[in-house]
Design a protein around this ligand. Structure first.
Ligand code: GDP
Ligand code: MG
Length: 265
């Protein structure tokens, strides 16, 4: 049970799809740790427990970050409400870039292998993490996902977080960048309603711009609200379906991978 949001993590399952046996084995060095959600839950201890959960998560996130940096792997944490188009964005990205980039995906969902199957069909290896009652991925789950995916040095790893604009923002995974995806059907007030998520983002993608003529969504209002929370963030409005402005996303991906190389030096 998560002390922060009350969700449960007792039934986390890690499944692999499209796994290439050549990659089996492990660059990931096992670490000994207790699961962050193993503590008792006295109401009076909630605050202390919350701090401990985050401290433990942050320590594991640093472990992941050190491993990913040493392996020169760029990891991007994709977060959004359910249905904004994360898996669709990944399917199109894999189809367009797989000949030039090695891409692996760690899929977080409460149940089913559906998204991992979509990723595999698009041509990339995928590991599905089912969180059961849990509403976010944490650093321990990413560690376990990486252990199973075992990505090559220099590759790109997308993490599709559980669909939720609240809790995933609170849990550092050790990722290189946080990408928030919203779609024009959700309303342009989302940055103001979910400020933690937008304050944490390095990039905000506004998806489904093909639907702009049919919905009451003010792109400028949305992006200026997001920037008021986080002046350093970048925004890209695109349509996964039509492909409109998708090259801006690919440009950002390439620039981020280059920045990662510079960050390591
Ligand atoms: N019109 C439109 N629909 C989209 C676009 N991108 C995704 N969708 C649809 O949005 C729905 C949810 O997409 P999905 O990728 O499963 O969202 P996720 O829950 O964030 O992974 C699906 O029916 C997609 O076909 C887009 O650019 N335009
Ligand atoms: Mg999905």
């Amino acid at each position: 049970m998560c002390a922060t949001c009350g969700c449960g993590h007792d039934d986390v399952r890690v499944s692999t799809l499209g796994h290439d046996d050549e990659h089996a084995g492990g660059h990931v060095h096992p670490h000994e740790h207790q699961h962050p959600h193993d503590h008792p839950h006295e109401a009076a201890e909630t605050l202390v427990l919350e701090e401990r959960v985050f401290a433990k998560n942050d320590a594991l996130a640093e472990h992941n970050r050190a491993y990913l940096t040493a392996q020169q792997i760029t990891t991007l944490n994709l977060m959004s409400s359910p249905g904004s188009g994360k898996t669709s964005l990944l399917e199109r990205t894999i189809a367009d870039l797989r000949t030039t980039l090695e891409i692996g995906v760690i899929e977080g969902d409460q149940e089913t292998l559906l998204d991992a199957e979509r990723i595999r069909s698009a041509g990339a290896r995928a590991v599905q993490i089912n969180t059961g009652a849990g509403c976010h991925l944490d650093a321990d789950m990413l560690y376990r996902g990486l252990e199973t995916l075992n990505p090559s040095s220099g590759s790109l790893v997308f993490v599709e977080n559980v669909g939720n604009l609240v809790c995933p923002a609170l849990f550092d995974l050790g990722e290189a960048r946080k990408v928030v995806v919203i779609s024009v059907t959700e309303g342009d007030d989302k940055p103001l309603k979910y400020p933690h998520m937008f304050a944490a983002a390095d990039l905000v993608i506004v998806n489904k711009t093909d639907l702009l003529p049919y919905v009451d969504f003010d792109l400028d209002r949305c992006t200026s609200a997001a920037r008021s929370l986080n002046p350093g963030m970048q925004t890209i409005a695109l349509s996964v379906r039509s492909g409109d402005n998708i090259d801006a996303w690919y440009g950002w991906l390439r620039a981020t991978m280059k920045e990662r190389v510079r960050e390591r030096m």
